[in-house]
Ligand binder design. Structure first.
Ligand SMILES: NC(=O)C1=CN([C@@H]2O[C@H](COP(=O)(O)OP(=O)(O)OC[C@H]3O[C@@H](n4cnc5c(N)ncnc54)[C@H](O)[C@@H]3O)[C@@H](O)[C@H]2O)C=CC1
Length: 479
């Protein structure tokens, strides 16, 4: 087992073997196991949460600058070990090493560094009331549960734990059952960086383990990255205990290309918006609205560039497109491609592929009511739709229950800002796509989610306000 960790879970500052069902970790490229783990039992989930609750107060009592220092140290360790960590990430996810080297742990390190630096500057408000006054403090929530998806396992673990820990919370993290390895590495690295035992714990398992975590009485907040159906269940379960939530869910985001845009840049962005990580990205701009006059030139250039893609062994540094996470997901994507062809859309390039691989696939002449234009496919499938004018593009772009992201390509910047202003999406790009620097809040509206990750905005989602009224004079009671 080339990626076998010391043990499956991390509880109380050390590796602990899981007492639940077997959890094989399969390398998506070969289908072979690279590690054999075990899920946490219900008792182990409860133990992880109780352990975290016990440690949280002391961690919160440290000067924020000290908490920040631990996170910054962890970021440094990640950067030093990026090559090894990227290899594990590739074994876990099947994503090409050329992606995992630059996108996954490096983005996680950015989050740890950013929130490590921010920790000490979070302050409250002073509210003058005449002789009396009041002040507010930002205090931690307590134990935060983090639940991750399989597409960016280590980045997700860092994006959730960095603001949570910076604000003095403890965390119990459950990675996706498909990709359990990165979170264990993060636990090890945080411990090495000086995080007190018990403050960050990892449990493994499928939906029922996630459910046990969400319902644990010690958990004050749940942050989920996953699909809308899972989000609905987790949000409802969290409501039972009046827990705070952050929901980073799916999307079917629009990318609008006006005919004055730079064709080369728009095509490049459409590639980044659809095929990176084999299309398994929540914010992907899978509905590409191209202004009618530009459609054929856009498709021609897109096909030319996409046909040069190098698919294959993810560990080969030359490989640009890796396998799909697992056969079930590949089958779902193929069914969506099949449905696209059946519904009469024109298959411009790509197709169903073979085995674990699905090539970059582009449909044109699609209509808004086709399933390829409506449902999240979570694979390398782009639907190109044509439009005539700005109002029409905005109306059709917004005609979806999702609202995670959106992009606009045009050289007319007044139009760009006007259009973005009317798009119903939490994260928008102008003449760019899918860039998620830690300095910029990230998250969705409508069914795509609640709350924001990254940037100072995330602080609000991992802390709460405490108000203190200070009476400075006599107490004037009526009797
Ligand atoms: N908005 C965002 O930031 C992102 C959203 N996603 C979305 O995630 C989805 C793909 O990831 P998947 O792992 O397939 O999502 P999923 O929804 O199947 O699973 C997500 C996580 O939830 C857990 N889970 C499932 N049922 C649960 C329950 N009843 N209670 C508690 N936990 C439960 C799973 O074990 C997993 O860890 C896509 O829809 C994608 O758009 C993915 C990455 C980023």
């Amino acid at each position: 087992m080339i990626a076998q960790p010391t043990a499956s879970l991390w509880i109380g500052g050390k590796p602990v073997e899981g007492q639940g069902a077997e959890l094989p970790v399969l390398y998506p490229f070969t289908g072979e196991p690279v590690a054999m783990l075990a899920e946490a039992s219900a008792a182990q989930v409860a133990e992880a949460c109780a352990t975290a609750a016990k440690a949280q107060g002391e961690w919160a009592a440290l000067p924020p600058v000290e908490r920040g220092r631990v996170l910054i140290r962890a970021a440094q360790i990640i950067r030093e070990r990026n090559d090894d960590l990227a290899r594990i990430e590739t074994l876990d996810t099947g994503k090409p090493i050329q992606e995992t080297l630059v996108a996954d742990w490096p983005s996680g390190a950015d989050a740890l560094e950013f929130f490590g630096g921010l920790a000490a500057s979070v302050t409250g408000q002073h509210i003058p009331l005449g002789a009396d006054w009041a002040y507010t403090m930002r205090v931690p929530l307590g134990v935060c549960a983090g639940i991750g998806a399989w597409n960016y396992p280590s980045q997700i673990a860092c994006w959730k734990s960095a603001p949570a820990l910076a604000m003095g919370n403890a965390m119990v993290f459950k990675p996706s059952e498909e990709t359990p390895l990165g979170a264990l590495k993060l636990a090890e690295i945080l411990a090495e960086a000086g995080l007190p035992d018990d403050v960050f714990n990892v449990v493994q398992g499928r939906a029922d383990v996630g459910g046990a975590l969400v319902g644990d009485p010690n958990v004050a907040k749940v942050s989920l990255t996953g699909s809308v159906p899972t989000g609905r269940k987790v949000y409802a379960a969290a409501a039972e205990g009046m827990r705070h939530v952050t929901m980073e869910l799916g999307g079917k985001s629009p990318l609008i290309v006006f005919d004055d845009a730079s064709l080369e840049d728009a095509v490049g962005a459409a590639i980044l918006a659809n095929f990176y990580s084999s299309g398994q990205i929540c914010s992907n701009g899978t509905r590409v609205f191209v202004q009618r006059g530009l459609v054929e030139a856009f498709l021609a250039r897109l096909t030319e560039r996409v046909e040069g893609v190098r698919m294959g062994d993810p560990m080969d540094p030359e490989t640009q497109l890796g396998p799909i996470i697992n056969p079930a997901q590949a089958a779902k994507i193929r069914a969506a491609i099949h449905a696209g062809t059946e519904s009469g859309a024109r298959l411009v390039c790509g197709g169903e592929g073979e085995g674990a691989f699905i090539p970059p696939t582009v449909f044109a002449d699609a209509t808004d009511d086709m399933t390829i234009s409506r449902d999240e496919i979570f694979g390398p499938v782009m639907t190109v739709l044509s439009f005539d004018d700005e109002d029409e593009a905005i109306r059709r772009a917004n005609d979806t229950g999702f609202g995670l992201a959106a992009g606009v390509f045009t050289r007319d910047l007044a139009r760009a800002h006007r259009v973005v202003g009317r798009l119903e999406a939490g994260t928008c790009w102008i003449n760019a796509y899918n860039l998620t620097p830690v300095q910029m809040p990230f998250g969705g509206v409508k069914m795509s989610g609640i709350g924001r990750e990254n940037a100072a905005a995330a602080i609000e989602h991992y802390s709460q306000l405490k108000s203190v009224y200070v009476g400075m004079g006599v107490v004037d009671a009526p009797y």
